[in-house]
Design a protein around this ligand. Structure first.
Ligand code: CA
Length: 236
């Protein structure tokens, strides 16, 4: 199988690594592993995995710093943060520093495998962002334009670095201008999972991050607007 995908597991608890490796390999993923943050970061750089499962509390360098370092280097590999159930703040922080998703421990292996698959599929749909000109991007509103071939977004001709999820959310809303979507709708349409508990907060965090990147004044957005009590919409 040439197109086997590789998942890098960065986790210091050996028994969790063992169970993840076993289940991922059973689903035909290749796996690689690191037991501390520094090794995780260097393996992410060297091996270019298709997805990273990233624990938060790690020796040498924590998971947030690993993710932040990758994003600062322009690496948009899908990252799923593994967080303990009680660490509610971790979920939000993880998304704010550019993780694509999080899953709480103890997790169901079926859910984890589903999320790994969903996050890899989303990235696989993205064409390689090589040799793309802002000139071929389609204007969507104001000075904002999207090149759906290269999955790049531009404002005033300048490329904006979005995570895959931010890009998906933006293009989904922009392709249905002025239509209001609830957070549950967006969870289903953009994240591709059914409504699960407090996960709708993920939508709020992603909208906030997106506004910080695409809006001239994130506090007074002009592209992605809130319809109070109803949801979000792309204004044109
Ligand atoms: Ca740990």
């Amino acid at each position: 199988m040439d197109n086997q995908k590789t998942v890098l597991i960065v986790e210091d608890e050996k028994n969790i690594v063992d169970i993840l490796r076993f289940n991922l390999q059973r689903e035909h993923y290749l796996t690689s592993e690191a037991y501390d943050g520094e090794d995780g970061l260097s393996k992410a750089r060297a091996e270019k995995p298709d997805l990273i499962l990233l624990d938060v509390m790690l020796p040498k360098m924590n998971g947030f710093d690993v993710c932040r370092a990758l994003r600062q280097e322009g690496d948009n590999v899908p990252v799923i943060i593994l967080t303990a159930r009680e660490e509610e703040a971790d979920k939000v922080l993880g998304l704010e520093i550019g993780a694509d998703d999080y899953i709480t421990k103890p997790f169901s292996m079926r859910e984890l495998i589903a999320r790994v698959g969903a996050n890899i599929r989303r990235t696989a749909m993205a064409a390689p962002a090589a040799a793309t000109a802002a000139a071929s991007a389609m204007p969507v509103a104001g000075d904002l334009s999207i090149n759906t071939d290269s999955h790049q977004v531009f404002r005033g001709g300048k490329a904006i670095d979005l995570t895959q999820r931010e890009y998906e959310l933006l293009t989904f809303l922009a392709s249905h201008p002025n239509k209001v979507y609830s957070r549950v709708d967006l969870m289903e349409q953009v994240w591709n999972y059914g409504y699960v508990g407090d996960d709708v907060r993920t939508v709020d965090v992603t909208v906030r991050r997106l506004r910080e990147k695409i809006e001239a004044d994130p506090a007074n957005p002009v592209f992605i607007l809130t319809r109070r009590g109803a949801g979000y919409y792309f204004s044109v």
